[in-house]
Design a binder for this molecule. Sequence first.
Ligand code: SAM
Ligand code: SF4
Length: 332
Amino acid sequence: MPPSTALIDRYGRKIDYIRLSITDRCDFRCSYCMAEDMQFLPRDEILTLEECARLVRVFVGLGVVKVRITGGEPLVRKDAITLFRDIGRLPGLRELVLTTNGSQLARWAHALRAAGVSRINISLDSLNADTFRRITRVGDLDKVLQGIAAARAAGFDALRLNTVLMRGINDHEAEDLVQFAIDHDMDIAFIEEMPLGEVDHARDTTCVSNDETMARLQQKYALVSSTESTGGPARYWRIPATRTKIGFISPHSHNFCESCNRVRITCKGELYLCLGQEDKVDLMPLLRGHPDEDAPLRDAILHAMQIKPQGHDFDLRRTQPAVVRFMSMTGG
Ligand code: SAM
Ligand code: SF4
């Protein structure tokens, strides 16, 4: 048994942030995230919402103060709002946040706010309806724009766009997306495409480095380096005379593993210690095998800290993906 009841790994990093994927399903099929013909898990192989709530409660008991609900698309899960309400009530939790593609936000924004969600990251890769459709394969840009407006109307003042630029597809839109963020008083984070899961293009042909994006944006904006952090891997830059920060999440060009404070839980209850490695602990058997006793679950989570890897080793030149599971499986 590890000596501590706090989540500290063998490199001394304190884990106080979990990302929980509540479904592998999605109403989009973004080409960098999913294959066109995805097989989704049967429903009995994914955690129930009650099991999700119990897991989060145990993690919060171990010192976790921030929970991000993600997916797949979390808002396509039936009754997901009940989970937000359950988690939002947990004493000790400081931040309940959400990552969504925005397609269902117009319907759920008010209820999410009432449930205690404090911040939302909304993925938006293009402002052109055709390009948006090309990237998401099936998505409707208007619905996402309505979702963003609904989130604002519901009182969310901390909104961030998440953007993946793909060379030759949407990389020319970097400035327009930043301008959209400025016009809507939002932040924006550029995420470098990561080799997660087998997709139908060679990632090294599409991945745009954040150094390149930054150089491009610096021609238009006098970016000022900021020490602000939202507790994640993004490095932020301020745009003077606006309320917008630009974040860069750069797993390739600027490794952020040293300060990693998080673990991820898939919708199957697998606790992944690193987005880019295979090390994991299966929590579902413990949840189902000990329905009335949290101690075995707690012990397994504490022990898992001993196998958290030092870092990922993404290499876009490899012909095989770094890890075979898609981002929609592990939760972005
Ligand atoms: N469906 C929600 C959404 O799109 O925001 C939440 C899940 S999605 C997996 C979370 C984030 O991961 C999105 O911002 C998406 O752009 C990003 N993402 C997915 N696959 C990625 C990849 N291979 N490399 C980099 N980012 C990726
Ligand atoms: Fe769905 Fe999000 Fe993946 Fe796009 S990035 S396919 S919206 S899970």
